[in-house]
Design a protein around this ligand. Structure first.
Ligand code: ADP
Ligand code: GLC
Length: 500
């Protein structure tokens, strides 16, 4: 089967979070199963390409105010996957992917609408896939355009769409007149399509118009159908429940393994854990901590700083946590209030929490390798990758039992010697503190701690099984499309009342 990915991030070309890891790794796992895979992403300033070749010189993208012309560049094929980059420097040659410290770029609707339309147009030249697999709001207009602007286009008659939600917290909300600007029909502005409290909601469009919807863990696929986690779209998801599936993200162990990690100070394995101590010294050194006893447990954090990640709980308990034998090392960047909060905590408790406000892949690896525990107290977490990386590094996860964190971490039981980490459920500082204390206590017994480390290191979250699940979803999406073709969505669209 030919599958075309459309996404806004992909390792090693561009990254702000886990989406990039997934789009970098899943296509290779699909190719290994025999599928033909193309990946479309924007060409940003941070995108480094070896030997780029222009493969589509000019695509005309009509907007209400004027035409714009973009091109598509190919940069070879890696492990059977072809990568295509939509090039339009006015939109993508910028400091960051989505916005500046002042907020989102004001033309994000146009930027990602152009990207989505360019993917469709380019595929007509480079090869129309059997399935478009789109990710998050930035490529949500691919299914929307396919079922509206391109509904009568014979090139796309049998093409199915699968849409993966990586995060319900980001939906792509824009004012109503975005629709005519992007040449999309007004009849999308109805409650049953893209309208959301008077605005146009890109994510909602994809949830309604894709053939199949997936999200990145089983638990999150259920959570998002509730008011607490649905961000206002729980009703839409409940309506589509029969076509919503949770498929857990895998991990690229070529990138994330203590046996091969090129950023770690020493290699280690379940059979020989001795290298981890060297990694711990190296990590403390990287954070400028020179006076710590190596017996003191190190709790690592690597994160986007955003409300989702639950770090307000750390601030609530830091004074009490500081009385414990431990040190926190935190790497993160993102929302200003959280950056400032961590810097403040570092000032207040300089011997207990070391902080780097930065995006730094090498340090992220050093934390995975050198820390004893890894903390993810998220409010919600669609999948979460760092706790899965941590397992492989014998860096014991302490997580809140939500979404993929709950699906991937098994609670440690010292009596049976089973389990891989520590979990708490209530979103409170008390629950977090009690769980960290439980972990610190367990750390006092080196032999059972090593059992706990090895339990985690033995778990296998490689992509193979999840890629096969996606294969089944692609098949189902194609069947759904084949039956939908008998009763096209467009007829339905034309019957909707026209607003505006
Ligand atoms: P999310 O996508 O919500 O940010 P994930 O756990 O799925 O969370 O993925 C985060 C990815 O981004 C991981 O690969 C993690 O190592 C990386 N990452 C997050 N913050 C940083 C940072 N400050 N520096 C380097 N890597 C980071
Ligand atoms: C999102 C989620 C994260 C998930 C990642 C990749 O950014 O916040 O939980 O692991 O996407 O699917």
């Amino acid at each position: 089967m030919h599958i075309a990915f459309a996404a806004s991030e992909c390792v090693p070309f561009s990254k702000t979070g886990g989406l990039a890891d997934v789009v970098g790794a899943l296509p290779r796992a699909l190719a290994a199963l025999g599928h033909q895979v193309s990946v479309y992403i924007p060409r940003y300033r941070q995108t480094k390409l070896n030997d780029p070749q222009t493969v589509v010189r000019s695509i005309t993208i009509p907007f209400d105010d004027k035409y714009r012309f973009c091109s598509v560049v190919a940069a070879g094929a890696t492990a059977g996957v072809r990568f295509y980059f939509v090039e339009y420097p006015q939109y993508f040659d910028r400091e960051a992917l989505y916005g500046s410290p002042a907020g989102d770029y004001p033309d994000n609707a146009e930027r990602f609408a152009m990207f989505s339309r360019a993917v469709l147009e380019a595929s007509k030249i480079l090869g129309v896939p059997h399935v478009f697999h789109c990710h998050d709001w930035q490529s949500a207009l691919v299914p929307v355009m396919l079922r509206t602007l391109y509904a009568e286009d014979p090139a796309f008659r049998d093409v199915a769409t699968v849409f993966t939600i990586h995060n319900m917290g980001y939906q792509g909300l824009f004012p109503p007149d975005t629709l005519p600007l992007l040449m999309l029909p007004w009849d999308l502005l109805t409650i049953s399509k893209m309208e959301f409290f008077g605005q146009v909601n890109f994510l909602k469009g994809a949830l309604v118009l894709s053939d199949y919807v997936t999200t990145v863990s089983k638990k999150y696929s259920q959570e998002i159908q509730t008011t607490e986690y649905g961000f206002g779209l729980e009703g839409v998801l409940r309506q589509r429940a029969a076509t919503v599936t949770g498929i857990l993200n895998g991990v690229d162990y070529d990138e994330w393994s203590p046996q091969t990690d090129k950023f770690a100070a020493a290699k280690y394995s379940p059979q020989d854990l001795s290298g981890k101590l060297k990694c711990k010294h190296d990590l403390l050194h990287a954070f400028g901590v020179t006076n710590a006893d190596s017996k003191v447990p190190v709790i690592g954090i690597v994160s986007r700083f955003a409300a989702q990640k639950g770090f307000d709980l750390i601030a609530q308990i830091m004074d009490r946590l500081a009385r414990e034998e431990m040190i926190v090392v935190a790497l993160g960047a993102g929302d200003k209030p959280y950056e400032e909060m961590f810097l403040r905590l570092n000032k207040q408790f300089p011997n207990k929490i070391a902080v780097k406000v930065a995006y730094d892949n090498a340090i992220a690896h050093k934390i995975e390798a050198g820390a004893d525990m890894f903390l993810i107290p998220s409010r919600y977490e669609p999948c979460g990758l760092n706790q899965i990386y941590s397992l492989k590094y014998g860096t014991v996860p302490i997580v809140r039992a939500t979404g993929g964190l709950d699906d991937t971490i098994e609670p440690w039981d010292a009596r049976t010697g089973k389990g891989t980490g520590f979990k708490f459920t209530d979103y409170t500082g008390e629950a977090l503190l009690a769980t960290i204390k439980q972990a610190l206590l367990a750390y006092q017994d080196p032999s059972s701690w090593q059992t706990l480390m090895r339990n985690g290191m033995s778990r296998d979250f490689s992509w193979g099984a999840s890629a096969r699940e996606y294969g089944k979803i692609y098949e189902r999406a194609r069947q759904a499309r084949a039956s939908a073709d008998a009763a096209p969505v467009t007829t339905d669209l034309k019957k909707e009342p026209v607003l505006g």
